[in-house]
Design a protein around this ligand. Structure first.
Ligand code: FAD
Length: 524
């Protein structure tokens, strides 16, 4: 029988099949020629020692043992063109994976997306980067594939349910992602590869009889006797259905306002906010790998750091090795940062959100906005940053040590943030308590990651769309909204996911819950 082995090998051995077979041959006291195939099940980097090691979990197939390449297939989707319709609002990971799951269940998804398809979206990304023009329906957060399309495509999650995670990863592979994502401890896809995968998912939904409508913004949700009846679009069209998955993401402020206005129960939710720090990638490599040059065999190094400062967590968020800082505003009159990387992560700089946990009490100055207090707090910082940096898509920026010393930087070098930067004392962007924590926190980070606290690092502000500032509460068993029957709040915008994988998992769960409720109805 083929045997599983846990190994720790040098990067050279891990990268070369012949060397790996030789290594295994010695370990198993056999000739490498007796080894037919080595399947790698898991791969991670152990950079704790000066001599970096690669941890591998492998299955060794000896000559004569049965071996078959594990081909990942798409599920058997039927045609749902004439099946019961379910409205899915939002074509982010939550909405798209909900739609696929609905098809598996024999239901017809009608996906409504305010933004454009992945190709059309590119023009609007250029407009925000080059002309400082923000299209409120098509930007880094809105459009086909949602906020994750033009991202680093990191695919890790804190979800404890490995089965759910593996299913989503396998689906992504079936739609064209590299099978390496099933093996890597910290898989990612990259901005250059994600759009094609998203497009293939959409084409499959349509091929199976589902509908995907772009440039279709939902402006009203029709409710009668506390039950969903359908939606109205910005074009004035009405689409009727009594099951609806609401997966509009954390930036759909108009949806939160709509729900608030219609007295559909929502609540303020704490989130995290801070800056996006950019370092030379070579500096992060030298800190993480304890070397001057990382060489060809190691990937650009990521980092993850967390400290308790002033009773709150301050931590790295959505770190992009070899990446670019992106302008992620969704309305004119605000600036927002986030980051992306190409699949090779081969850009010269590393960027990461560095954010501080907020508490509901921080939103007190905005209490008159009720459940929208956190959203208004978030908006006020994004608008202040826009104003301070010159009322374009330029962002406030400061060198890291200058920030810790409350000193305006005399110059800001060109960074990866294409619209440009304006030298600003960051203390002006944030409320005092937040500035204080960030200042102390960076000094603490410098103690545990030697070299991290440097004036070669440039801070950009704000990093404010880390998770939703609002929760749309749902029943923990049925996933239905607590008050409105047939409404399934879903994904990051509803407060039930944080990241591509967890949003996709939540999308599938909501679809399964709809399937279950319909099954119960028909079997009564
Ligand atoms: P979203 O992806 O936000 O999708 C919601 C969709 O709803 C959008 O397409 C929007 O246009 C649409 N919508 C909103 N309002 C309406 C309306 N009224 N009518 C119709 N449609 C509407 N996560 C990771 O795990 N790894 C990463 O590497 C990563 N990098 C990121 C980089 C960037 C630049 C950004 C912005 C985010 C990144 N994220 C990353 C976060 C990740 O993208 C989100 O967590 C994830 O996309 C949430 O999925 P979702 O489906 O819940 O919502």
């Amino acid at each position: 029988m083929p045997q599983e082995h846990l190994l720790q090998v040098s990067p050279e051995i891990a990268a070369n099949e012949m060397l790996l077979k030789e290594h295994l041959g010695k370990l198993l006291k056999i000739s490498p020629k007796e080894i037919q195939h080595v399947s790698i099940l898991k791969r991670s980097i152990d950079a704790r020692q000066k001599a970096i090691k690669i941890n591998l979990k492998v299955v060794v197939y000896l000559k004569g043992e049965p071996f078959e390449e594990n081909k990942i297939q798409l599920p058997d989707y039927g045609n749902v063109a004439n099946a019961q319709e379910v409205i899915v609002v939002g074509a982010g990971p939550a909405g798209l994976f909900a739609a696929l799951q609905l098809i598996e269940l024999g239901l017809k998804p009608i996906v409504l997306e305010r933004g454009k398809d992945v190709r059309g979206r590119r023009r609007d990304l250029k407009a925000i980067n080059v002309d400082h023009l923000v299209n409120e329906d098509s930007n880094y957060c809105f459009g086909e594939g949602g906020a994750g399309t033009y991202s680093d495509g990191k695919l890790y999650t804190r979800s404890k349910k490995r089965g759910d995670v593996t299913r989503i990863l396998e689906l992504l592979v079936a739609y064209g992602a590299t099978p390496d994502i099933l093996v890597e401890a910290h898989p990612h896809i990259g901005t250059n590869k994600l759009p094609q995968i998203i497009q293939d998912i959409r084409e499959k939904i349509i091929e199976c009889g589902g509908e995907v409508l772009f440039e279709t913004r939902v402006t009203d949700i029709l409710v009668k006797n506390n039950e969903v009846q359908g939606i109205v679009t910005q074009k004035g069209d009405t689409i009727l259905a009594n099951k609806m998955i609401l997966a509009t993401g954390h930036s759909a402020r108009d949806i939160f306002e709509l729900l608030d206005r219609k007295k559909i129960f929502i609540e303020a939710k704490a989130f995290a906010l801070g800056v996006r720090a950019e370092h030379p990638q070579s500096l992060i490599d030298s800190i993480q790998y304890s070397c001057d040059y990382r060489g060809e065999l190691l990937p650009p190094a990521p980092y993850s750091i967390v400290k308790q400062v002033g009773g709150r967590g301050m931590y790295s968020f959505c770190m992009c090795p070899g990446g670019v800082i992106a302008p992620c505003a969704t309305s004119p009159g605000e600036v927002v940062t986030n980051g992306w990387s190409p699949s090779k992560r081969d850009q010269a700089t590393a960027n990461s959100g560095i954010v501080v946990e907020l508490k509901l009490e921080d939103f007190k100055p905005f209490a008159k906005f009720g459940a929208l207090a956190g959203m208004e707090f978030q908006k006020s910082i994004e608008q202040r940053a826009w104003h301070l940096a010159g009322e374009t898509q330029k962002v406030p920026a400061q060198r890291m040590i200058d920030f810790t010393q409350s000193k305006v930087s005399s110059d800001i070098p060109k960074t990866s943030y294409v619209p440009g930067t304006t030298s600003v004392e960051m203390g002006q962007v944030f409320p005092g308590f937040l500035t204080q924590i960030l200042r102390e926190g960076f000094s603490e980070f410098g103690k545990s990651m030697r070299g991290y606290l440097t004036n070669d690092a440039i801070l950009h502000a704000p990093e404010s769309r880390t998770s939703s500032p609002v929760r749309i509460p749902r029943d923990p068993i049925t996933y239905e909204h607590l008050q409105i029957k047939g409404l399934y709040p879903c994904g990051e915008g509803a407060g039930y996911a944080g990241g591509i994988i967890s949003a996709a998992i939540d999308g599938e769960k909501c679809a399964l819950m709809i399937g279950e409720s319909l099954h119960k109805k028909t079997s009564i």
